[in-house]
Design a binder for this molecule. Structure first.
Ligand SMILES: Nc1ncnc2c1ncn2[C@@H]1O[C@H](COP(=O)(O)OP(=O)(O)OP(=O)(O)O)[C@@H](O)[C@H]1O
Length: 457
């Protein structure tokens, strides 16, 4: 059932009936896959509401229009029914891990309504190993082989993990007790997730703490880190009582070495010093300016008797400006050292695999869809819709290789994904999970409509 490979591949995964669906003996939707398996035709079972009803319109008796029982969805890379996780992995995720091992970025999205099989696919259950597990096993098997040829400890390949949750337009660090984070663009246009401002006791420099990044040297260690994040996701923190099905979870796995991590830390240190000195210079220049001017009707007007800066101030300004130029050079060379270490290292260094578990598709309807919702739930709906629309626009930009970055500003989710999507040769796939039960027919329609829009990019 495999189809053509595109930059954004959408795989539909249909699970068997489970639990209540079997007990209630739910009727099943009929799935057909004509046209090389890229198209899915879904037919709902016939029911009483399908009996033709007649209504009076302008004095004429006409049949009442009904929602169609048979719907067609196109543009899928594959449609897979009742298959094991291992089979799904081999066809849809293994190629992404291979891409990561060439040093580029691969993103894997999971979308579907609550209970449709996202967790079963991504995390697995019991004997059924999930995508995280199978992917990390494949990653570490390749890294261990490469590490055997490396005698220097600093160059041993490891995996750096970041795990964040986006709920109601805010970002939370799942590896730091769900602490709230801030998304910023640094001076080089890179997206950074930052925590609160902290003062370094040794240097006295104030800098934002970065979001937690844990380093794993084996698949077992990585699995423990992922589990820690998953349990933070299900419990939330004391300030925010959120429901994981209404949030997006973003797990980033990057291939690194101690050498790269140390060089990056030195970049952060120099950048913090640059910011501090820049701040001192700006404050001094502003003090001089304010002393020389009066504010008249909202405008700054130079005082007739304004005196220039003192000799001491001039000297200090000169020193600060010289220091800024020196630090700017240091930042450039620190960045250069990181880039060089990547070039000197193995091909896979910097390769990144990103898993995104999207909010349940049942929350992506209209905030006022007739179902009674609290104000918080309506706000959650609006945020989910906003982020999914922005994501769709970014998939489109990604597929067309567009250079514009404006679509990524549409939501925190897309802002966090921006650098991944824009990595040269980055690839993306989405798994849309659905249940065969007719009871979930409406949610299945939502999932497939969104999946089709993404697939046609
Ligand atoms: N492909 C599958 N084969 C067999 N059972 C499955 C499959 N997918 C899901 N299930 C079963 O269906 C049930 C619901 O699946 P799962 O928990 O993965 O849904 P979910 O979409 O992650 O829901 P939630 O958003 O609540 O976490 C589970 O008992 C799971 O084992």
């Amino acid at each position: 059932m495999k189809g053509k490979v595109k930059r954004v591949d959408v795989h539909v995964r249909i699970r068997p009936r489970v639990g209540d669906e079997i007990e209630r003996n739910d009727e099943e939707l009929v799935f057909e896959t004509p046209m090389n398996g890229n198209t899915l035709v879904v037919t709902a079972p016939k029911s009483e509401v399908d009996e033709i009803e007649y209504v009076e319109v302008l004095g004429f008796t006409v049949p009442k229009s009904k929602p169609k029982r048979r719907k067609t969805y196109r543009h899928f890379a594959s449609i897979q029914k009742d298959i094991s996780n291992a089979t799904f992995y081999a066809s849809a995720v293994e190629p992404l891990v291979k891409k990561t091992l060439t040093g580029t970025t691969a993103c894997c999205f999971a979308y579907g309504h609550t209970g449709s099989g996202k967790t079963h696919t991504i995390l697995g259950y019991g004997e059924e190993r999930g995508m995280y597990d199978l992917a990390t096993a494949q990653l570490f098997s390749a890294l261990n082989e490469l590490n055997e040829q490396k005698s220097i400890q600093d160059d041993q390949l490891k995996v750096q993990v970041r795990f964040n949750e986006i709920y109601n337009g805010e970002v939370y660090d799942l590896l730091n007790d769900s602490a709230k984070c801030f998304v910023r663009e640094d001076a080089h246009g890179k997206i950074q997730i930052r925590g609160e401002l902290v003062t370094d006791e040794e240097t006295g420099l104030t800098k934002p703490s970065s979001s937690t990044a844990c380093v794993a040297t084996s698949a077992g260690e990585l699995w423990d880190i992922v589990h820690r994040g998953m349990s933070a996701r299900s419990t939330g923190n004391s300030n925010v009582h959120r429901n994981s099905s209404r949030s997006h979870a973003l797990l980033e796995l990057e291939i690194v070495t101690d050498r790269i991590l140390r060089l990056r830390e030195s970049v952060t240190q120099v950048e913090a010093a640059l910011t501090q000195v820049g701040h001192e210079r700006d404050t001094l220049e502003m003090d001089i300016f304010v002393r020389q001017h009066d504010k008249v009707e909202g405008k700054w007007v130079k005082k007739p008797d304004a005196r220039g800066a003192t000799q001491e101030e001039c000297n200090l300004l000169l020193d600060l400006r010289r220091e800024l130029v020196r630090l700017d050079d240091s930042v450039q060379s620190a960045h250069g050292a990181v880039a060089q270490a990547k070039i000197d290292g193995v091909e896979c260094l910097g390769g990144t695999l990103v898993f995104v578990d999207l909010a349940g598709s049942e929350h992506a309807g209209s905030a006022n869809d007739g179902i009674v919702k609290t104000e918080v739930e309506q706000q959650e709906c609006r945020e989910i819709n906003k982020s999914l629309s922005a994501l769709k626009a970014c998939f489109r930009a990604h597929a067309k290789n567009l250079s514009s970055t404006s679509c990524y500003r549409g939501s925190k989710l897309t802002l966090l994904l921006r650098d991944h999507f824009r990595t040269p040769q980055a690839t993306t796939m989405m798994v849309a999970t659905i249940s065969p039960s007719n009871v979930h027919g409406v949610q299945t329609t939502h999932t497939l409509q969104y999946a089709q829009l993404v697939g046609e990019t």
